[in-house]
Ligand binder design. Sequence first.
Ligand code: SF4
Ligand code: SF4
Length: 390
Amino acid sequence: MSESAVVSVVRCSGYQPEKVLPAVRQSIQLLGGFQKFFKPGAKVFIKINHLAAVKPECAVTTHPVFLEAVLHLVKESGVLPVVGDDIEENFTVSGIEDVCRKMNVELVNLKHVKHRQAGNPENRWIRSAAVPEIVCKADCIINLPKLKTHAATLLTNAVKNIYGFFPFATRVNGHRLCPGGAEFSELLVDLYSLVKPHLNIVDAITGMEGEGPMAGKPVNIGLVIAGADAVAVDAVAGEIMGLKPEQVLSTKLSTQRELGTGDIEKIEIKGESIVSVRLKKISLPAPPWYEYIPSNILKKAAGQLRVRPAVIQRKCIGCSDCFSRCPAGAIVMKDKKAVIDYARCLGCLCCQEVCRQKAIRSKRNIVGNIIMKVYFFKRAVTYVLLKLKI
Ligand code: SF4
Ligand code: SF4
């Protein structure tokens, strides 16, 4: 049994601070304490799950009281961590901003920080992607996912929460490349191979069932689940939700690629046994409509979502920075101007990031623009419905 395949499971019946703090403390003590993961003065980055700017009661985001408990314990261990996620909206409604202010901790939107390339030549879908520099430089990455069902991947937890490290364009292109659940799970594992957290502490006090990760119903799970191996943590969380590791493809594929231990027999569980806390029945999301469409047709449709770089010729000074950075060799320099070969372009937009002349813009075709407008409209409607529920 590998040392990292130890997962702690601790009961916690609600979000009252006097319940959450001892539960999180015990979950870490069962793993050997924070001293196993970082030393005083280390650079620690805490990745929350902040899918949308909605209230904590919606069970969409990491609960602010949960974050506060983790911050309290991390600071007690001699570290001033940084908290963040890559978001389009704000950290205010979810209560995350208030907690970070109260705890005197820096909160960053990863959308606005510097990125650097990380790569894995063994990946199938994404071999290279931009990762926030602050995350690359951290001595310890603590992942705080919310345990929820997910329409495409069945479960969203520790491995899936890594998706939020990558820029919005990479995430949109990920959905374009892999519109079906099986391929998307494989892509998730590709990205997980680029950034692996050192410690995962799951907010499974109230999770989500049904049409997760955004429009499902909050479900009382009453647990804190923690472990160094995100794959093992997902396997245990899945079992508690009534899902076998082979049903959750990201767990199965990560195990096959030896990125973690998803075999429940090989995981040491400390604290509560799975049998004693397993949920009787949760409702799973209906397979999304696109699972019924042949994948070649689906890919063509999803191709419309592709975000592409476009060079503004009059601004380009021919410095070749984009040429050097492009992971796909899709840029050539012609007459001291950058020219993009769209047949090779992956749509990662690293060229745009590196261009100091602002000579590269991102664009989408008309059909893609309409699809995205419908997508944001649907998201806005879901947001309003969630607000009305409270
Ligand atoms: S980085 Fe910008 S300015 Fe430099 S060659 Fe590329 S497009 Fe032109
Ligand atoms: S041209 Fe730009 S967007 Fe396309 S693969 Fe190269 S760096 Fe990425």
